[in-house]
Write a protein that binds this ligand. Structure first.
Ligand code: ZN
Length: 156
């Protein structure tokens, strides 16, 4: 009986692998979820994007209750050296532009600005990242990037 069960489980796993393929099996490594809250915090301070991923997806969740006009959050990726200037230029862009200067080439990836209870998922091409560069993610809502920031690097 035990043996049969094990064989059945094994067959199920093989079937799942066949159905969903290798790319889907990698999906969890090529994706990350980050939470933000009403206390102006991300729950993650550093992220590593595996070099083996073609694209990387980031899901930003706002687990707070405040609306985006008061406590909006986004997830913006730039080179670390570009963080401050990008955040500064974003302030003038306002809510309609998700607090980012339109067509800002320093922005590698960004989610829309979201409010409490919302979430957003974006995906970017991993070949935009270089192993020799330091990247930072942050929230571009005015005043948030001093607390809401972290580092991102291309890993092995
Ligand atoms: Zn924020």
């Amino acid at each position: 009986m035990k043996k049969t069960l094990r064989r059945a489980l094994c067959a199920t796993a093989t079937l799942a692998a066949t159905l969903f393929g290798a790319s889907s099996a990698m999906a969890s490594e090529c994706a990350a979820t980050i939470e933000s809250n009403d206390a102006m915090q991300f729950n993650v301070k550093s992220m590593v994007v595996p070099q083996t991923c073609k694209s990387f997806s980031v899901t930003l969740k706002h687990v707070g209750k405040l609306p985006k006009a008061a406590m909006g959050h986004n997830w913006v990726l730039t080179k670390s050296a570009d963080l401050m200037a990008t955040a500064k230029d974003g302030i003038a862009a306002g809510v309609p532009n998700h607090y980012l200067k339109p067509q800002d080439t320093r922005v590698i990836a960004s989610t829309p600005l979201i409010g409490g209870g919302e979430s957003s998922t974006i995906e970017f091409a991993v070949d935009k990242l270089s192993a020799n560069e330091n990247y930072s993610f942050f929230c571009s809502f005015p005043g948030h990037s001093s607390l809401m920031k972290g580092t991102l690097k291309l890993g092995s």
